[in-house]
Design a protein around this ligand. Structure first.
Ligand SMILES: [Zn+2]
Length: 188
């Protein structure tokens, strides 16, 4: 069911270029934003500052959203949360001329699609709980000491060096040409 949480009423400024409204509010995110290791879960509080400017072509929306990102550290796999802020500006046209242009619908504009795009684009693709997170020891699976993580790359375990020379046999694609109707017609 489409949400109306992100709709802004523009009735009192539509068709009146130069008019402007500023609104702020908080809402609970109705549906998770983001599909990766970092996301804004449903129910998280989102603060929204919106400026609506009536221009000749439509309504120019400038918005800033502040919320909390929940993420899993890409190095140590620990869950953590971090403050998150994103801004966007979009023109909602009275008569959209391109497929990707947002439009005014009746007496409102729906900020949900551009907000979702802005949040998803800004979410970290590979979140880390802290910039110097040492990550997990590849052998023990335990969180590494910071010093251990600082081992220079030249000091590679000789066992890994041996593995580097190991190549899996070239998998020759077993092509079965002309597997026709009769599987037994393998004669020349
Ligand atoms: Zn971490």
């Amino acid at each position: 069911m489409p949400t109306r949480l992100f709709e802004e009423n523009i009735r009192d400024i539509a068709g009146r270029p130069g008019e402007m409204r500023e609104r702020s509010r908080e809402l609970a995110v109705p549906e998770r934003l983001g599909e990766g290791l970092a996301r804004v879960p449903a129910g998280e509080t989102l603060a929204l500052d919106v400026r609506l400017e009536s221009v000749h072509e439509g309504i120019l929306v400038s918005a800033e959203a502040r919320t909390t990102v929940h993420a899993e550290c890409g190095r140590c796999l620990k869950d953590f949360t971090t403050p998150f802020q994103v801004e966007f500006q979009e023109l909602f046209a009275y008569t959209p001329t391109e497929a990707d242009e947002y439009g005014v619908h009746g007496d409102h504009v729906d900020l949900e699609p551009p907000l979702r795009d802005a949040v998803v684009l800004a979410l970290p693709f590979q979140p880390v709980c802290r910039p110097d997170c040492p990550g997990l020891d590849p052998e023990s699976g335990e969180l590494r000491e910071a010093e251990a993580a600082a081992v220079p790359e030249a000091e590679i375990d000789p066992r890994w060096a041996a593995l580097a020379g190991y190549q899996t046999g070239t998998a020759e694609a077993a092509d079965e040409p002309g597997s026709g109707d009769d599987p037994e017609s393998a004669s020349k």
